[in-house]
Ligand binder design. Structure first.
Ligand SMILES: [Zn+2]
Length: 391
């Protein structure tokens, strides 16, 4: 939508991004009464930023920046600033948004300008500002001046023109159909944000990293009869165990409680053992183990390995919002511990298979991860480095 405002009248017309070339590429003399293609690009780029978050664009029509059509530019929106926003006359809120565009001509085709080191890319910074107004009738709500209301000097019921009929493929050049791909620009992101890492992959990676440490404290646990544990930290791309303790230490199994992180380290989880010479006598994660996650309920993907020798369990804070509700519904500090123990003791497998009884009870207490926000994973390979979710 572009507006033309004169002292006597305001008119507007709609414009689609593929129509940029109809505005002309001229820049001289500056004609402030209408747009050119470059201004259309800046407007659509700023909209793309506001709506979709794109900050990088590949401009495939070099004419937009007064070069050959076959030149390519890489454009980055470096910053945006706002000023104004005072309610003025006639119920109009007005403000101005200014953008800093960094425009670099690609000197090696196919390589984004930011990756060109030889020779140095040709870059320029261009500030571009757009005024915005919001006009209403002074009452609450959006019942004012916009399509559907009174459209001022423009037409009403604006229908954009149909996009051009495009050939299946075409190259840039003089015979190209205007507005057809490759169009003037593409929102691009040469460093796209990584999608969040899936929990099973975080667990697999962490289990591989602390596998030996966890297997060895399990052996210590079996021979000593004590519970052992440690905290798991991440620094750059390495994951490792720190603060290995036993409940025979004067500080009990403290895992993270007295953990002093070194610079660059983040605590991402912890681990401890449940041992018994008989594998069916080993407890699955206990009520205390769930309760212990209360302190980490806001840390998405914080995990706790419970090592029982032949199986490795993991409790994970999958959804902090749900976990917060889950823990706030459990008022007494020992509720989880006590209910888990009591329920497991009355399970039909309590005397034949304590592991099974405690696992069933655990799942009963935590319920589906989609409501509790706590996910239960269980290893499914002999190395205990691969996990499946069980709730
Ligand atoms: Zn435990």
């Amino acid at each position: 939508m572009q507006f033309r405002i004169t002292p006597n009248n305001t008119s507007w017309q709609g414009i689609c991004n593929w129509q940029y070339s109809e505005l002309g590429y001229d820049s001289l003399p500056p004609d402030t009464t209408r747009w050119n293609a470059r201004e259309a690009f800046f407007t659509f780029a700023s909209l793309d930023r506001a709506v979709f978050g794109y900050e990088e664009f590949e401009v495939t029509d070099g004419q937009i920046f007064f070069r050959n059509q076959t030149d390519t530019f890489d454009v980055t929106i470096e910053s945006a600033s706002y000023n104004g926003n005072n309610r003025g006359q006639h119920n109009a809120d007005g403000w101005q948004t200014c953008y800093e565009f960094v425009v670099c001509r690609r000197v090696v085709q196919g390589t984004p300008a930011r990756n060109n080191t030889q020779p140095a890319p040709e870059c320029q910074e261009i500030s571009w500002c757009e005024p915005s107004w919001e006009i209403d009738d002074g009452s609450e709500g959006d019942n004012g001046w916009w399509p559907g209301g009174d459209q001022g000097g423009g037409g009403s019921n604006y229908i954009p023109p149909p996009p051009p009929q495009c050939p299946p493929t075409q190259n840039r050049g003089l015979n190209a159909v205007p507005g057809c791909p490759p169009r003037g620009w593409n929102p691009g992101n040469y460093n796209p944000p990584q999608p969040p890492e899936p929990i099973d992959s975080i667990l697999a990676k962490s289990a591989r990293a602390v596998n030996n440490a966890l297997d060895s404290i399990f052996q210590l646990s079996l021979s000593s009869g004590h519970e052992w544990g440690f905290a798991i930290v991440k620094r750059n791309d390495s994951i490792y165990a720190v603060n290995i303790r036993t409940d025979n230490d004067s500080n009990e199994v403290i895992r993270r409680r007295f953990l002093y992180l070194q610079p660059g380290e983040t605590a991402i989880g912890d681990a401890h053992t449940h041992s018994d010479p008989d594998s069916t006598g080993r407890s699955s994660p206990s009520g205390n183990d769930i309760e212990g996650l209360r302190g980490f309920k806001n840390q998405k993907n914080y995990f706790r390995f419970i090592e029982i020798g032949h199986i490795r369990y993991a409790l994970v804070v999958e959804n902090p919002d749900s976990a917060q509700v889950f823990f706030s519904d459990i008022t007494g500090k020992y509720d989880l511990h006590q209910s888990h123990y009591n329920l497991a003791s009355s399970d039909s497998a309590a005397y034949s298979n304590w592991r099974l009884a405690t696992e069933r009870t655990l799942l009963q207490l935590i319920g589906s991860s989609s409501s509790s926000g706590i996910a239960v994973y269980k290893s499914n390979n002999s190395a205990k480095t691969s996990f499946v979710k069980v709730n």
